[in-house]
Design a protein around this ligand. Structure first.
Ligand code: HDL
Ligand code: ZN
Length: 417
């Protein structure tokens, strides 16, 4: 059988990757029902915390002077510093330009007023529809924090649910700040004490169950520091073992561990002040091996953890790895990670999530990632086509649907008893 035309194959793959709608499995977006919690528009896009960090190392301004500015003043400063006084080719800067371009705005004009004018003439509901269409998104998973006072108010009302916005129960305060969060739980009527007594552990399980019933999350998630270990004698480990994992198993939802942050290495930068650390894969191996009835979603922040994480995923059917998270969400690292994952895991991975905090960002984060994932995938299909294997368009579409959310949904449905 002759080898099929590789040029035609490559363009078919890249066309299919562009055409398949995506389930974005981790974002910080909110549906319009959450009001001001949904960030969108030019000033929010330019004031993304990645760009704050890049600006504050390019100019010698006291951090508090920046934080005292209005949103518009902050955006003007960032635009002048990173886009005019310097060329905007860092990934976060490039992303802003991609968004403006994909929205049909005149990037060459550099006319910030015209960009702001565009957003004055669209409602948030219209803009959500437009962004989902331009980015070709099927759904996004929010990050829903029951300890966030603003978010709690929203959940106490009857909100108009938008099926495109799925929920995730984010429990960082419970697991990394127990000495404060137990008092909040007590204030909400849960019979907890600082000491992890049997009663306290039972009440924490009730708290988790109550919120799972309330918001119907696709997973429970936590961001863990680079020095996360498990098992150990810590409060965090006991809450995971005695509360999070039993409740996750009861509701058959995965526990998503996002491991590797070094919180507030520069507190002056606030939300932009977190750093990165290499974590110990042993914790992931132990959890997957000792809790075979639980499902684990894992993404790690350090480039140095990626190969061992992919190899660990080969060992456990209850582990599904996802995304090129945060400081890894850059073309050079997305390409490296995606090639390695496809070679080690085939279709058994969710290669990307956007982590978008501003609605507009999904346009650039997915445009850039689709291009890279499409290129890598085309290489993989060409590799097998050279042996005479016939790659069909239907099978490529099936595969891409799996990579862009289908495999993730299968994992959510997986029953491990
Ligand atoms: O903890 C997380 O979910 C991280 O994604 C943080 O929100 C981080 O600040 C971020 O926005 N990364 O993109
Ligand atoms: Zn995130």
């Amino acid at each position: 059988m002759p080898v099929q035309d590789l040029t035609q194959l490559r363009s078919m793959v890249e066309r299919t990757v562009a055409a398949v709608p995506i389930m974005d499995v981790h974002t910080h977006l909110f549906s319009p029902s959450f009001g001001e919690m949904l960030l969108w528009g030019f000033d929010e896009l330019v004031c993304y915390h990645y760009l704050i960090a890049e600006t504050m190392r390019a100019i010698n301004m006291p951090y508090e002077q920046y934080w005292a500015m209005s949103r518009k003043e902050q955006a003007d400063l960032i635009w002048q510093t990173l886009f005019i006084d310097n060329s905007p080719y860092s990934e976060a800067c490039r992303g802003v330009l991609t968004v403006l371009d994909k929205l049909g705005l005149d990037v060459a004009s550099r006319d910030v007023n015209s960009y702001r004018e565009y957003f004055k003439n669209v409602t948030v509901e219209e803009y959500v529809d437009r962004v989902f269409a331009v980015a070709n998104l099927e759904s996004v998973v929010m990050t829903n924090d029951p300890f966030d006072p603003t978010e709690r108010i929203v959940w106490q009302q009857e909100i108009a649910s938008d099926p495109r916005f799925l929920t995730a129960l984010r429990i960082d305060p419970l697991l990394i700040a127990w000495e404060r969060s137990y008092e909040q739980l007590a204030g909400w009527g849960y019979g907890v004490d600082r000491n992890l007594t049997a009663e306290t552990l039972s009440e924490v399980r009730r708290f988790l169950s109550d919120w799972i019933k309330k918001i119907n999350p696709v997973y429970m998630a936590v961001s863990l520091s680079a020095d996360f270990v498990f098992p150990d004698e810590s409060v965090q480990a006991k809450l995971i073992a005695e509360c999070v994992l039993p409740v996750a198993r009861e509701f058959n939802i995965p526990f998503a561990l996002m491991i590797g942050v070094k919180r507030q290495v520069n507190p002056g930068l606030r939300v932009a002040g977190d750093g990165i650390g290499k974590a110990d894969i042993k914790a992931v191996e132990y959890l997957c091996a000792h809790y075979p009835h639980n499902k684990f979603l894992v993404t790690m922040l350090a480039r140095e953890n990626q190969h061992e994480l992919a190899v660990t995923a080969r060992k456990f059917r209850n582990l599904h790895i996802f995304g090129c998270w945060w400081f890894l969400n850059n073309p050079s690292l997305i390409e490296e990670m995606t090639r390695m994952r496809f070679e080690l895991l085939g279709l058994g991975v969710t290669p990307q999530h956007s982590d978008a905090r501003v609605l507009d960002q999904v346009i650039y984060k997915w445009s850039h990632s689709r291009e890279i994932i499409g290129r890598v995938l085309a290489d993989k299909y060409c590799d097998i086509a050279r042996t005479g294997w016939q790659v069909t368009e239907a099978e490529v579409r099936r595969d891409v649907q799996k990579l862009f959310g289908g495999g993730f949904r299968e994992f959510l449905q997986l029953e491990l008893g």
